[in-house]
Design a protein around this ligand. Structure first.
Ligand code: CP
Length: 343
């Protein structure tokens, strides 16, 4: 029997780790990659992976990371072999959802050593999404450490893989390099977790950070205040640019991503129109890349070719999105080792 404890070592927000802890994990991930690390040091551990939303990279890289450490993993996909979950506190469960997350997380905690959870933003209540309410509920129910595999607010494992890729790209000296996160069009309103996290890791690595987006797609002030703080702390600059080509000038990294503007919470039809029509010319192409400082192109994937970014950019030698995806495996191996006291 495990007791509930508030001092469990969860990995929910990257900001919960100070810079030295974060760099320790990134250094470990780089070393693990170099030696193609496979060692059953966690032979008796079991990792539960709960996906409330689909995944390719996160699912396979966590399962593989666990396997390389000798640990077992079990996949929980509500409605696909496990019961459907109700997530709302106080819900009257007379619909088609069978089991409340409150019981499910407590029960899973009795079986496994660590739980990974993917739970995207609902895009209905901005405050709940920014405060990561659902992930906070899950942490309250859990009696084992919880890993954020992308929540409403952030995607810390993606951020670590992005940071590792940037360290590789700049021979571990990214300080002062210009990192541009560029909004791009998309047919669907995507959450803001990845862009929030991409800005966080770049600012914490001491890069000059630019958010390039149409005015209506500017990320939430509560997130941007944190990025400003990081930039000040690292003696670098954070700015917002609404003219895409100007933002791309002399950039060293272009990180392409689409997300729904905060207006999606109040006027989804207007947001859809802006994202798919008004700003459809924000697709990242060779012409934009040509004004950069021979920038590397990054994207967390999955990516909509020729909507978010053109084939010619994705298929060019400057695109490092496949390395970035591979690095999910190495950083998550390091995260598991940290949580399991194996660093
Ligand atoms: N980048 C990322 O998290 O990919 P998946 O959604 O496929 O897991």
């Amino acid at each position: 029997m495990k007791n509930n404890s508030n001092d469990l070592s969860h990995f929910i927000h990257l900001s919960e780790w100070d810079d030295s802890e974060m760099m320790e994990v990134l250094s470990k991930a780089l070393a693990l990659k170099k030696e193609n690390y496979r060692n059953p040091v966690a032979r008796e551990k079991v990792l539960g992976l709960i996906f409330l939303n689909p995944s390719l990279r996160t699912k396979i890289s966590f399962e593989t990371a666990a396997a390389h450490l000798g640990a077992a993993s079990t996949l929980i996909q509500p409605g696909q072999g496990t019961w459907t979950f109700e997530t709302e506190t106080g819900a009257i469960m007379d619909g088609d959802r069978t089991e409340h997350l409150k019981e499910a997380i407590q029960v899973i905690s009795r079986y496994v050593d660590t739980i990974g959870v993917r739970a995207f933003a609902g895009l209905e209540n901005l405050d709940e999404d920014i405060e990561d309410q659902l992930m906070q509920d899950i942490v309250q129910y859990a009696t084992v450490p919880v890993i954020n595999m992308e929540s409403a607010r952030e995607h810390p494992c993606q951020a670590l893989a992005d940071g590792m890729t940037i360290l590789e790209q700049f021979d571990q000296k990214p300080q002062g390099k210009k990192f541009v996160l560029s909004w791009a069009p998309h047919p669907k309103p995507l959450p803001m977790a990845v862009p929030n996290s991409a800005l966080e890791i770049a600012s914490r690595l001491g890069m000059e950070v630019v958010l390039a987006c149409p005015p209506e797609m500017t990320l939430d002030k509560r997130i941007l205040d944190g990025i400003e703080h990081n930039a000040n702390h690292h003696g670098t600059r954070f700015s917002i640019e609404h003219e895409q080509e100007r933002a791309f000038q002399d950039a060293d990294v272009i990180y392409g991503k689409s997300w729904a503007g905060p207006i999606v919470y109040t006027d989804p039809d207007e947001e859809h129109d802006l994202r798919t029509r008004e700003y459809s010319n924000w697709t990242i192409d060779q012409s934009l890349m040509s004004v950069t400082n021979n920038a590397s192109f990054m994207h967390c994937l999955p990516v909509r070719r020729n909507v978010v970014v053109t084939d010619s950019v994705l298929d060019s030698p400057r695109a490092i999105h496949i390395d970035e995806a591979e690095n999910r495996l190495h950083v998550q191996k390091a995260v598991l080792m940290k949580l399991w006291g194996l660093l």
